[in-house]
Design a protein. Structure first.
Length: 396
């Protein structure tokens, strides 16, 4: 028999609407003595069974729902079924026609709260963001080996959010052969180097795949400025798409070096690529002061607002970089602007960008909305899963 958490009166609404998070403030009592990651029964104040969830004694998200089906049992077979369902979805999407780098599991949206699983060719990278996933990590690793046939299963759980779960940062080999340095992936006929051991996130920003392809199509004949360029994904697509020139800016020397190697890897003309290793905010102000201007600007910043508590500060940062970008755009220019902050919803992001255009004294219109690629699905009852927002704006 599982331990139980009893909800306060009136706090079962979100669970009945199948939102997978149960916050500490919604809990009246805990019956039994569940440990970190243990499965608990969630019970309403009237005694109604609601769901099975993974318990986290420290996190404000005190429980993450595994299943709303009472006949389910959270065990190895349950996890195997969920992981296989997730992998089948990606196969049905036929993403292998575009790339050999795919997100196989996207946390709550795939019914596996706190589990991220990305495949880069023969390597699968697992990221555990919750106590429940950590509890089952060895089992998940074994299932993944069987389901994917990958030569390597590597962990990249070296992220700050684990501290909120009372978990330490961890990374390293889980199964198979240790990765031998950088690997090469293919995306939209562009080859990119990926460092699964030290790179950002699990090694690459898979969620921007479709947006990189779009930017490449729209870059033909344009002068392009790519900010927060990381390993040069947007830059490569722009040059391959026929951009006249691309200036890539990033503060990381390691990322800049990898971007240059990626340019060589694809035999793209180096005379159309410029590089600037500098803080993007300072670089944009310097370009403005020197009277530079561009036909197309890409803003793909890191997560400025990881939680709602950071929204006000993040909003100022987003407005600042978008204001500077609008001032650097030529008439008829395009701005590709993104937010990956969960605390900034689509409406707020659009308002921030609109305010930046107003302060820059330009008229701009949205010609396309962008979001995360299809292997990052969004559960309808979990809008937090829709984290990547993007706009293509044209200035008059």
């Amino acid at each position: 028999m599982n331990p139980q958490i009893i909800l306060k009166q009136g706090r079962e609404k979100s669970v009945l609407q199948r939102h997978p998070w149960i916050f500490s403030g919604a809990i009246q009592n805990v019956n039994g003595n569940p440990g970190s990651g243990d499965t608990v029964d969630v019970i309403s104040s009237s005694g109604q069974w609601l769901c099975y969830a993974a318990f986290s004694p420290i996190s404000q998200i005190r429980a993450r729902v595994w299943s709303w089906v009472k006949d389910d049992r959270v065990d190895e077979k349950f996890l195997e079924r969920r992981i296989n369902q997730s992998i089948k979805l990606r196969r049905d999407l036929e993403l292998n026609k575009k790339t050999d780098a795919i997100r196989l599991v996207h946390g709550e949206s795939d019914g596996l709260p706190g589990l991220i699983m990305d495949q880069y060719g023969e390597i699968v990278v697992i990221q555990s963001l919750s106590a429940g996933v950590d509890k089952w990590k060895k089992v998940i690793t074994n299932i993944t080996c069987k389901a994917t046939g990958a030569a390597t299963i590597y962990e990249r759980s070296d992220v700050d959010v684990r501290k909120l779960e009372g978990l330490s940062e961890e990374s390293g080999l889980l199964a198979g052969q240790h990765p031998a340095g950088e690997i090469t992936i293919n995306e939209n006929n562009i080859r990119c180097l990926v460092d699964v051991q030290k790179g950002q996130k699990t090694g690459f920003y898979l969620d921007q795949r479709d947006n990189r392809l779009l930017s490449g199509r729209m870059a033909h004949g344009r002068t392009v400025l790519n900010c927060f360029s990381y390993s040069g994904g947007f830059s490569l697509h722009a040059i391959a798409g026929g951009a006249e020139s691309v200036l890539s800016i990033d503060s990381s020397s390691e990322a800049m070096a990898m971007a240059k190697r990626n340019l060589e890897l694809n035999d793209l003309p180096s005379n159309r690529a410029e590089w600037m290793e500098e803080d993007v905010f300072q670089a944009l102000r310097g370009l403005r002061d020197r009277g530079r201007s561009y036909d197309m600007i890409i803003l793909d910043p890191p997560k400025f607002a990881p939680t709602a508590a950071h929204v006000a500060k993040a909003a100022r940062a987003y407005k600042d970089i978008n204001l500077l970008a609008f001032k650097l755009l030529k008439p008829g220019g395009l701005l590709f602007t993104f937010s990956c902050s969960g605390g900034i919803n689509s409406d707020l992001f659009q308002k921030i960008v609109a305010g930046a255009a107003l302060d820059a004294n330009v008229d701009a219109r949205i010609v396309q909305w962008m979001n995360q690629s299809a292997d990052h699905p969004v559960l309808l009852s979990f809008p937090e899963g829709y984290y990547l927002k993007g706009l293509v704006c044209e200035v008059n």
